[in-house]
Ligand binder design. Structure first.
Ligand code: GLY
Length: 360
């Protein structure tokens, strides 16, 4: 009877992409254990950093039924580069890892982005699984099939679209994270609510969010629907870049500073500035811009920008991947859920948007 009740009431969250499925908690591990038997892999490698090795590997071991080797890399965006990839490729080669090995990326966005890239290029591609352990990676980096690394301080300059064979979301890993990391992931959840006009009011009215399976699944579903429509980012996938033209440049600027910014912290700056630009150019309600700024200021401390910093941000925007013929292309809002892409913006307006950001 209990089993029947569970089957009726505990509907599993399974999110289907075009090629693979995103599964949650025990269902995800069960599926992985089955896949391992079905696909007859020769060897298993789990890519971790020092944090996920210490805090997440034990749970992963308890839930899986196969022996694996651990490959540890150093945590942080500064290590998401070719040197780290070469180290891992060399290690796999020295271990005689063949084309039928499986690489499991257990970590945040750096691990899932770079692990996906390493797997997709090693011997022209081996299967990989993403098990994101940060909120940011759960709702964004580990899904959507983007893999890649940074080129010096230019974010994700090298990479390819490549699908994992499955993604497992286990929100228990979030318990290992400091609040600052959780808030960084929240920036992407909030972005999803803005571009889809789904759940925006609820987030504004209840800033004490519980990051449970349903909250995470709902945010993933917003991104997933967009990715299914336009995986290779010719059109609507650009919506996901709202806040990221300025945000990525801000993140790059701080990458070489002592006080680095987390991705979501930089994107929060980008969303405030780009909301302001949306109001100036696309008629986005200024009252909503103010609401967005006020809400984000509850999660993120104000970043200080000197005039010189802002000029550097304007220069860095020239490397944005959405640029066409070297002209930056912005993603702006006409309204919540009504997005406009490929918008040209004059540098003066970018400076003005930082004035708005810095204003109390
Ligand atoms: N993070 C933006 C995207 O996956 O397209």
């Amino acid at each position: 009877m209990l089993l029947i009740c569970n089957l009726i009431f505990n509907q599993l969250n399974i999110i289907s992409t075009d090629t693979y499925k995103i599964r949650f908690n025990d269902d995800g591990y069960t599926h992985l254990n089955e896949l391992v038997v079905k696909n007859n892999y020769t060897k298993f490698y789990v890519l971790v950093d020092e944090n996920t090795k210490k805090l997440c590997l034990k749970k992963f071991k308890q839930k899986t039924s196969f022996q694996f080797e651990i490959i540890e890399i150093s945590s942080g965006e500064v290590h998401k580069n070719l040197k780290t990839c070469i180290d891992v490729w060399n290690h796999l080669t020295s271990q005689n890892a063949d084309r039928k090995c499986l690489i499991i990326n257990l970590g945040g966005g750096v691990i899932t982005d770079m692990g996906g890239f390493i797997s997709s290029t090693y011997k022209r591609g081996v299967h990989f699984v993403n098990i994101p352990t940060t909120l940011l990676s759960m709702v964004d980096a580990s899904i959507g099939s983007k893999t890649g690394i940074n080129l010096s301080s230019i974010k994700n300059q090298i990479g390819l679209f490549s699908d994992p064979i499955t993604v497992i979301i286990d929100e228990e890993y979030l318990k290992t994270l400091p609040k600052r990391e959780i808030n960084s992931g929240y920036a992407e959840i909030f972005k999803h609510s803005i571009i889809s006009n789904s759940g925006f009011k609820k987030l504004i009215e209840n800033p004490n969010i519980v990051y449970d399976e349903d909250t995470i699944a709902n945010s993933i579903k917003i991104k997933n629907e967009i990715v299914i429509e336009d995986k290779f980012e010719n059109n609507v996938r650009k919506y996901l870049n709202f806040g990221h033209t300025i945000g990525h440049a801000v993140e790059s600027l701080f990458m070489n500073k002592k006080n680095k910014l987390l991705h979501g912290e930089a994107i929060a700056v980008g969303m405030i500035c780009e909301s302001y630009l949306s109001s100036r150019l696309k008629g986005f309600e200024m009252s909503t811009v103010n609401t967005i700024k006020k809400h984000l200021n509850k999660f993120f401390i104000k970043v200080n920008f000197s005039k010189n910093d802002i000029l550097k941000v304007c220069k860095l925007i020239k490397y944005d991947k959405k640029n066409h013929l070297n002209i930056p292309k912005f993603v702006l809002l006409k309204d919540l859920g009504l997005v406009d892409i490929n918008v040209d913006i004059h540098e003066n307006l970018i400076l003005e948007s930082f004035d708005y950001y810095l204003r109390i």
